[in-house]
Design a protein around this ligand. Structure first.
Ligand SMILES: Cc1ncc(COP(=O)(O)O)c(C=O)c1O
Length: 391
């Protein structure tokens, strides 16, 4: 009997010898938590996105949490965000005692719809959190126009946007805070990790304090040559600082982001070519303004009627045939907690709900062999051909 071909995983981080050496060197250095590696990573990251301040944390979720808190988001406030996202920011809004308000997305690109944001904003709206979905940028000009004069702040969820550009400038270069993720599936990784960039020194200081117990000085400065041992809590904070072990990795990864993203782009183009004639499958649309796509995810929409199979069954069938596909995302407003707490009925967000049943993400990472891209596309084509003909 022929052997099954090897399983194609959904993602795999690219970790090269220099990264392993940098982490090992840090492990041997005698200082493994927040210290000089984090400071160097923050400086390099800030420069890479044209932002004056960058603050490293142990996840993007922590970055969103601390940024919302630093902007005094709390009880009585609304925060408008997408439902077509990972639950991260919505949970943080909820845990701070504020109310998440969901805005719909453009059906073709899954980017936040600024006109719908306008329609759900109220005087209680304290912040608007667009997601740069899948590596394409949200329309920041349109969102800024909607928010202008309202008193609300934009916080960019840039978890998918390391290397993304909007109208010729990197995400992070605009005046508002942006929050990046370095989870292993992301365009660069620190194991777990995140970075907040911002342009306001007072906001940067508050985030720096809130990420480390609300203490006014970082530990390594207290214990280093320049330090004094005195410290003071100026307000209660969390404990979500990044370690030097992670930053040593992040610093090397950051230097490779263009190469990594070029490899992602090549694989994305190959999927597009190989799937162009499969009528029941089409990729997400391209945003209609100048941009650089970071190709964080390669998402396709399934025409379930034409294909004769549901999206969930298609993902199971692909897994059975050795291909791991992902789902980004189940709309957050459809999760039990939010549905029940806010009494949400189907129909609240028509585009999000419709597309939420149709999308799946194909494996996309620099280490994915091009032959495997072809195998994923061919497997998808075969399953859809079989199901659409009732095989
Ligand atoms: C859109 C979005 N925002 C935030 C996050 C949270 O990132 P992290 O895992 O670094 O907390 C993710 C993670 O997948 C995400 O996809």
């Amino acid at each position: 009997m022929p052997e099954d071909p090897p399983f194609i995983p959904f993602c795999r981080p690219t970790l090269e010898d220099d990264e392993i050496e940098a982490v090992t060197k840090t492990l041997r250095s005698g200082w493994i938590t927040t210290g000089p590696q984090v400071a160097a990573f923050e400086k390099a990251f800030a420069e890479s996105v044209d932002a004056p301040f960058a603050l490293a944390l142990n996840s993007a979720t922590a970055g969103l949490h601390v940024t919302l808190a630093a902007l005094d988001v709390g009880p009585g406030d609304d925060v408008v965000t997408a439902s077509m996202t990972w639950p991260s920011v919505v949970n943080m809004i909820e845990l701070l005692g504020a109310r998440p308000v969901f805005a719909d997305v453009h059906e073709d690109t899954l980017q936040m719809d600024a006109a719908h944001v306008r329609s759900v904003m109220t005087p209680r709206t304290k912040a608007v959190v667009p997601v740069h979905f899948a590596g394409q940028p949200a329309d920041l000009d349109a969102l800024e126009a909607v928010v202008a004069g309202s008193g609300a702040t934009i916080i960019e969820d840039a978890a998918h946007a390391v290397g993304t550009e909007y109208r010729g400038r990197p995400i992070g270069a605009r005046a508002h805070p942006a929050v990046f993720s370095f989870h292993p599936i992301k365009n660069i990784t620190t194991g777990e990790g995140g970075m907040v960039t911002c342009h306001d020194e007072a906001l940067a200081d508050r985030i720096r304090t809130l990420r480390f117990h609300g203490v006014s000085k970082d530990a390594w400065k207290r214990y280093g040559r320049a330090g004094s041992s005195r410290y003071e809590v100026i307000e209660p904070g969390w404990k979500c600082n990044m370690m030097d072990i992670q930053a040593a990795l992040g610093l090397r990864q950051l230097g490779k982001v263009r190469r990594f993203n070029a490899a992602r782009r090549e694989r994305a183009q190959r999927y597009a070519e190989r799937l162009a004639d499969v009528d029941a499958i089409r990729p997400l649309g391209v945003v209609p303004y100048p941009h650089v796509h970071a190709w964080h995810l390669y998402i396709v929409r399934l025409d379930t009627e034409r294909a004769g199979i549901s999206r969930d069954d298609l993902i199971s069938e692909l897994a059975r045939r050795g291909v791991a596909a992902g789902l980004h995302f189940t709309p957050v407003h459809e999760h039990a907690y939010f549905r029940e707490k806010y009494d949400i009925a189907p129909g609240l967000l028509p585009a999000t709900e419709r597309v939420g049943e149709e999308i799946l993400s194909l494996p996309l990472y620099p280490l994915l062999p091009l032959d495997d891209v072809d195998r994923v596309a061919d497997t998808l084509r075969t399953v859809v051909a079989e199901t659409s003909h009732g095989v």
